[in-house]
Design a protein around this ligand. Structure first.
Ligand code: 13P
Length: 222
Protein backbone atom coordinates (compact mmCIF):
# COMPACT_ATOMS: atom_id res chain seq x y z
CA UNK A 1 0.00 0.00 0.00
CA UNK A 2 1.20 3.50 -0.81
CA UNK A 3 2.01 5.59 2.25
CA UNK A 4 -0.67 8.13 3.15
CA UNK A 5 0.64 11.67 3.58
CA UNK A 6 -0.33 13.54 6.75
CA UNK A 7 0.58 17.21 6.93
CA UNK A 8 0.15 19.39 10.02
CA UNK A 9 -0.33 23.03 9.03
CA UNK A 10 0.15 24.97 12.27
CA UNK A 11 -0.87 28.24 10.58
CA UNK A 12 -0.26 31.02 13.12
CA UNK A 13 -1.83 29.28 16.10
CA UNK A 14 1.32 28.76 18.15
CA UNK A 15 3.92 31.07 19.67
CA UNK A 16 7.63 30.27 19.72
CA UNK A 17 7.66 28.23 22.95
CA UNK A 18 4.54 26.28 21.97
CA UNK A 19 5.97 25.50 18.54
CA UNK A 20 9.23 24.18 19.98
CA UNK A 21 7.37 22.17 22.63
CA UNK A 22 5.03 20.59 20.06
CA UNK A 23 7.95 19.80 17.73
CA UNK A 24 9.81 17.97 20.48
CA UNK A 25 6.70 15.96 21.35
CA UNK A 26 5.98 15.03 17.71
CA UNK A 27 9.61 14.06 17.13
CA UNK A 28 9.21 11.37 19.81
CA UNK A 29 6.09 9.74 18.30
CA UNK A 30 6.56 6.26 16.92
CA UNK A 31 5.21 6.70 13.41
CA UNK A 32 3.81 3.73 11.49
CA UNK A 33 5.32 2.72 8.16
CA UNK A 34 1.97 3.44 6.48
CA UNK A 35 2.31 7.18 6.85
CA UNK A 36 4.56 9.96 5.72
CA UNK A 37 4.45 13.03 7.97
CA UNK A 38 5.14 16.69 7.31
CA UNK A 39 4.74 19.68 9.62
CA UNK A 40 4.44 23.30 8.60
CA UNK A 41 5.29 25.76 11.38
CA UNK A 42 5.30 29.55 11.30
CA UNK A 43 8.08 30.77 8.99
CA UNK A 44 9.86 32.56 11.83
CA UNK A 45 10.61 29.24 13.55
CA UNK A 46 11.35 27.08 10.50
CA UNK A 47 15.09 26.89 11.00
CA UNK A 48 15.03 25.85 14.63
CA UNK A 49 12.18 23.40 14.11
CA UNK A 50 13.92 21.85 11.14
CA UNK A 51 16.88 21.11 13.44
CA UNK A 52 14.56 19.38 15.93
CA UNK A 53 13.26 17.02 13.22
CA UNK A 54 16.67 16.56 11.68
CA UNK A 55 17.14 13.00 12.92
CA UNK A 56 13.57 11.90 12.14
CA UNK A 57 11.63 11.03 8.96
CA UNK A 58 9.33 14.00 9.51
CA UNK A 59 9.65 16.67 6.83
CA UNK A 60 9.42 20.35 7.78
CA UNK A 61 7.77 22.48 5.09
CA UNK A 62 6.97 26.18 4.66
CA UNK A 63 3.45 27.63 4.75
CA UNK A 64 3.88 29.83 1.72
CA UNK A 65 6.35 31.06 -0.85
CA UNK A 66 6.07 34.29 -2.80
CA UNK A 67 8.99 34.26 -5.24
CA UNK A 68 11.84 32.11 -6.43
CA UNK A 69 14.98 34.19 -6.06
CA UNK A 70 16.31 37.03 -3.92
CA UNK A 71 14.61 40.20 -5.06
CA UNK A 72 12.62 43.22 -3.91
CA UNK A 73 9.82 41.31 -2.20
CA UNK A 74 9.22 42.95 1.18
CA UNK A 75 7.59 40.55 3.61
CA UNK A 76 7.78 37.68 1.13
CA UNK A 77 9.30 34.21 1.41
CA UNK A 78 11.70 33.17 -1.33
CA UNK A 79 12.64 29.68 -2.50
CA UNK A 80 16.31 30.65 -2.29
CA UNK A 81 15.98 31.50 1.41
CA UNK A 82 13.96 28.36 2.11
CA UNK A 83 16.58 26.22 0.37
CA UNK A 84 19.22 28.03 2.39
CA UNK A 85 17.54 26.63 5.52
CA UNK A 86 17.22 23.21 3.87
CA UNK A 87 13.43 23.54 3.61
CA UNK A 88 12.56 21.54 0.51
CA UNK A 89 8.85 22.18 0.08
CA UNK A 90 6.12 24.74 0.67
CA UNK A 91 2.35 24.93 0.82
CA UNK A 92 1.14 27.23 -1.99
CA UNK A 93 -2.16 29.05 -2.58
CA UNK A 94 -3.77 28.15 0.75
CA UNK A 95 -7.14 29.92 0.90
CA UNK A 96 -5.87 31.97 3.87
CA UNK A 97 -2.91 33.27 1.85
CA UNK A 98 -4.96 33.66 -1.35
CA UNK A 99 -6.78 36.45 0.51
CA UNK A 100 -3.51 38.47 0.45
CA UNK A 101 -2.19 37.39 -2.92
CA UNK A 102 -3.75 38.56 -6.15
CA UNK A 103 -2.39 35.86 -8.41
CA UNK A 104 -1.16 32.65 -6.76
CA UNK A 105 -0.53 31.11 -10.19
CA UNK A 106 2.28 33.63 -10.73
CA UNK A 107 4.40 31.99 -8.05
CA UNK A 108 3.83 28.58 -9.65
CA UNK A 109 5.20 29.96 -12.89
CA UNK A 110 8.33 30.93 -10.97
CA UNK A 111 8.86 27.83 -8.86
CA UNK A 112 7.93 25.04 -11.30
CA UNK A 113 10.84 25.76 -13.69
CA UNK A 114 13.25 25.50 -10.75
CA UNK A 115 11.59 22.25 -9.54
CA UNK A 116 10.77 23.48 -6.04
CA UNK A 117 8.38 21.02 -4.40
CA UNK A 118 4.99 22.27 -3.28
CA UNK A 119 1.58 21.37 -1.89
CA UNK A 120 -0.94 23.23 -4.03
CA UNK A 121 -4.24 23.94 -2.27
CA UNK A 122 -7.46 24.36 -4.24
CA UNK A 123 -11.13 24.86 -3.48
CA UNK A 124 -12.41 24.59 -7.04
CA UNK A 125 -11.03 22.23 -9.68
CA UNK A 126 -10.62 25.08 -12.15
CA UNK A 127 -8.04 26.65 -9.81
CA UNK A 128 -5.62 23.81 -10.66
CA UNK A 129 -3.32 24.78 -13.57
CA UNK A 130 -3.04 21.20 -14.94
CA UNK A 131 -1.01 22.39 -17.93
CA UNK A 132 1.73 23.75 -15.64
CA UNK A 133 2.01 20.65 -13.45
CA UNK A 134 4.69 18.05 -14.06
CA UNK A 135 5.94 14.61 -12.94
CA UNK A 136 9.54 15.83 -12.95
CA UNK A 137 9.54 16.50 -9.21
CA UNK A 138 7.11 15.78 -6.38
CA UNK A 139 3.97 17.89 -6.37
CA UNK A 140 1.08 17.32 -3.96
CA UNK A 141 -2.47 18.67 -4.35
CA UNK A 142 -4.79 19.41 -1.44
CA UNK A 143 -8.54 19.83 -1.78
CA UNK A 144 -9.60 22.31 0.90
CA UNK A 145 -13.21 23.49 0.66
CA UNK A 146 -13.24 26.87 2.41
CA UNK A 147 -16.48 26.13 4.28
CA UNK A 148 -14.79 23.15 5.96
CA UNK A 149 -11.65 25.00 7.11
CA UNK A 150 -11.63 25.62 10.83
CA UNK A 151 -15.41 25.27 11.07
CA UNK A 152 -15.75 21.74 12.46
CA UNK A 153 -17.84 20.91 9.36
CA UNK A 154 -15.96 18.17 7.56
CA UNK A 155 -16.93 17.35 4.00
CA UNK A 156 -18.70 14.00 3.65
CA UNK A 157 -16.72 11.05 2.32
CA UNK A 158 -19.00 10.98 -0.74
CA UNK A 159 -18.26 14.63 -1.46
CA UNK A 160 -14.49 14.18 -0.98
CA UNK A 161 -14.49 11.09 -3.21
CA UNK A 162 -16.49 12.86 -5.91
CA UNK A 163 -14.08 15.81 -6.12
CA UNK A 164 -10.93 13.69 -5.79
CA UNK A 165 -12.20 11.31 -8.48
CA UNK A 166 -12.78 14.21 -10.89
CA UNK A 167 -9.29 15.59 -10.21
CA UNK A 168 -7.70 12.15 -10.60
CA UNK A 169 -9.39 11.74 -14.01
CA UNK A 170 -8.07 15.14 -15.10
CA UNK A 171 -4.59 14.22 -13.86
CA UNK A 172 -4.80 11.03 -15.92
CA UNK A 173 -5.67 13.07 -19.02
CA UNK A 174 -2.44 14.98 -18.49
CA UNK A 175 -0.50 11.78 -17.59
CA UNK A 176 0.28 13.24 -14.17
CA UNK A 177 0.90 11.15 -11.08
CA UNK A 178 0.12 13.53 -8.24
CA UNK A 179 -1.35 12.60 -4.85
CA UNK A 180 -4.43 14.47 -3.59
CA UNK A 181 -4.94 15.23 0.09
CA UNK A 182 -8.12 16.42 1.78
CA UNK A 183 -8.12 19.31 4.25
CA UNK A 184 -10.94 20.83 6.30
CA UNK A 185 -11.76 20.04 9.95
CA UNK A 186 -9.90 16.72 9.97
CA UNK A 187 -9.74 15.35 13.52
CA UNK A 188 -8.99 12.02 15.22
CA UNK A 189 -12.67 10.99 14.99
CA UNK A 190 -13.03 11.39 11.22
CA UNK A 191 -9.47 10.80 10.00
CA UNK A 192 -9.74 7.02 9.71
CA UNK A 193 -12.79 7.14 7.41
CA UNK A 194 -11.18 9.83 5.25
CA UNK A 195 -7.78 8.15 5.05
CA UNK A 196 -9.33 4.77 4.24
CA UNK A 197 -10.76 6.09 0.97
CA UNK A 198 -8.84 4.95 -2.12
CA UNK A 199 -9.39 8.41 -3.60
CA UNK A 200 -7.63 10.12 -0.69
CA UNK A 201 -3.83 10.05 -0.59
CA UNK A 202 -3.58 11.86 2.73
CA UNK A 203 -4.83 14.77 4.83
CA UNK A 204 -3.82 18.38 5.40
CA UNK A 205 -4.70 19.13 9.00
CA UNK A 206 -4.93 22.61 10.55
CA UNK A 207 -6.20 23.13 14.11
CA UNK A 208 -6.04 19.48 15.22
CA UNK A 209 -2.38 19.27 14.22
CA UNK A 210 -1.44 21.83 16.87
CA UNK A 211 -2.59 19.59 19.73
CA UNK A 212 -0.28 16.68 20.36
CA UNK A 213 -2.97 14.16 21.39
CA UNK A 214 -5.17 15.04 18.40
CA UNK A 215 -2.31 14.90 15.92
CA UNK A 216 -1.08 11.62 17.38
CA UNK A 217 -4.64 10.26 17.13
CA UNK A 218 -4.74 11.17 13.43
CA UNK A 219 -1.31 9.62 12.81
CA UNK A 220 -2.44 6.42 14.52
CA UNK A 221 -5.77 6.22 12.72
CA UNK A 222 -4.43 4.13 9.84
P1 13P B 1 -8.58 22.93 9.85
O1 13P B 1 -8.09 21.50 9.97
O2 13P B 1 -8.33 23.75 11.09
O3 13P B 1 -9.99 22.98 9.37
O4 13P B 1 -7.70 23.62 8.72
C1 13P B 1 -7.56 23.00 7.49
C2 13P B 1 -6.50 23.70 6.74
O5 13P B 1 -6.68 24.83 6.32
C3 13P B 1 -5.22 23.01 6.58
O6 13P B 1 -4.39 23.70 5.71
Amino acid sequence: MKKKIIIGNWKNYLNYQESIHLSKKISKINISNNVRVMVSPNHLYLNEINQIFNETNIEVIAQNVTSSESKSDTGGITVSNLKNLNIKRSIVAHSESRIREKNPQKVLEEIIPIAYQFVLCFEEIDQIPFNLLTNKFEIILAYEPVWAIGTGETASIDHINEIHKKVKLKLEDFSLEIPILYGGSVNPSNSRDILESDYVDGVLVGGASTKIDHFEGILNSI
